[in-house]
Structure formats: structure tokens, C-alpha cells
Design a protein around this ligand. Structure first.
Ligand code: GNR
Ligand code: NI
Length: 188
């Protein structure tokens, strides 16, 4: 089967607060999920994606920070586990589940992460820069945490209001698909 772009859940959504569970076997179903997650992440221009963002509560994340770290490469991680944290970095984070928003979040500057690759083989890597930030951002998603949980309540509530409006606007847009077309032809 060909890879498919899946729908990304928009915060707030109860499904983004639910904890994901470990994958018991890295089989073809998991590899198909990973393929769809890469497709979805690239389609949305992201550097990472966690399975819960597409409504799948399994411990699977994909990452590709090559836009900012040309020496890196796309990585899929099954059951990622951060073994150690070093240093501090403040990074302006965004999230595909919170479109158009970005806020400074403090994270560890370097992390050592152990995971299973797409073949089910255990790997351990040390990440820094954006990759370290993204690994922490994605493993948060697996625990039901999003980056706005790390900012002030005031900022979070302002973002909540903007997301409510974004959802209303998107719902109206899909409700009246004829309105744009008829409006466009009326102006001809
Ligand atoms: O695309 C993304 N960019 C990003 C930028 C700074 C810190 C974290 C990220 S991850 C984000 C994609 C996403 O929402 N993953 O869950
Ligand atoms: Ni995110």
C-alpha cells in the first residue's frame, strides 16, 4: 500500500492527552504507520510527529531535522526512552497540532535516547540541537503532554482561544464548500 497523509489532531483534543502504549512487535503494520507518519509530517512541513497526533496511541515517533541540521537524517523511533539529559537550551517550539503558534520552552540541550528502529533492532543515539529538542517534544506527546503545557497559563489560555477560532473557521470552511466557488464566479 501507498503511504497516506493522515489527519493531524488539533489541540485541545482529549486524544492528545491520552498516554500511548509500547509497541510489542515491530511488524508490517507498525512500518505502515511509520510510512504514513513520515508522509503526514512532510506534507505539513514538520520536523517531527508522534503517533498520538494522528490518533494512534502507540509509542512511535518520526523525526527529520535536516532542514536545520544537514548532517542528520530521517529517523523513526519505536518505544523511545530518554536515558539521560545534559545541559539546558531554550528553543522557540511549534507543534503541528497547534498551528501558527510558537513559544520558548526550556529543554535539555542533549539527550541520549534508546529506541527500536523500523527493523525492531535496538539503537542508542545522542542528540543535540533541534533533534534533542524534537525528541523531547515528541516523547512528551507520547505521555499526553504538548509544548503549551510548559508555558504560562496566560499564554496557554490565549492560544486555546485562537485554536477555538481556528477550529470554528475550519468547520465553516468545510460546511460551505460552494460559497468560495460561487463568490469567485460572482466576481467574474
Ligand atoms: O515541526 C515541528 N517543529 C518544531 C520546532 C521546534 C520544536 C519542536 C518542533 S516539533 C514540530 C512538529 C510536531 O508538532 N511534532 O510533534
Ligand atoms: Ni508537536
Amino acid at each position: 500500500m501507498k503511504a497516506m497523509v493522515r489527519e493531524i489532531l488539533i489541540w485541545p483534543d482529549p486524544r492528545l492527552k491520552k498516554k500511548a502504549v509500547p509497541v510489542t512487535k515491530v511488524d508490517d503494520d507498525v512500518r505502515a504507520l511509520i510510512r504514513d507518519m513520515f508522509e503526514t509530517m512532510y506534507h505539513a512541513d514538520g520536523v517531527g510527529l508522534a503517533a498520538p497526533q494522528v490518533g494512534v496511541h502507540l509509542n512511535v515517533i518520526v523525526l527529520d531535522t535536516t532542514p536545520r541540521q544537514p548532517e542528520s537524517k530521517p529517523i523513526a523511533m519505536v518505544n523511545p526512552e530518554i536515558l539521560s539529559y545534559e545541559g539546558k537550551i531554550v528553543y522557540a517550539e511549534g507543534c503541528l497540532s497547534i498551528p501558527g503558534e510558537s513559544e520558548d520552552v526550556e529543554r535539555a540541550a542533549q539527550v541520549t535516547v534508546r529506541y527500536l528502529d523500523e527493523q525492531g533492532v535496538e539503537q542508542t543515539i545522542k542528540a543535540d540541537g533541534l533533534l534533542a529538542v524534537a525528541v523531547q517534544h515528541e516523547t512528551d506527546h507520547l505521555k499526553g503532554i504538548v509544548f503549551v503545557d510548559h508555558v504560562s497559563m496566560l499564554k496557554r489560555e490565549l492560544i486555546r482561544k485562537r485554536m477555538k477560532k481556528l477550529k470554528v473557521d475550519r468547520a465553516e470552511e468545510s460546511e460551505k464548500p460552494s460559497k468560495r466557488a460561487s463568490g469567485a464566479s460572482a466576481s467574474l
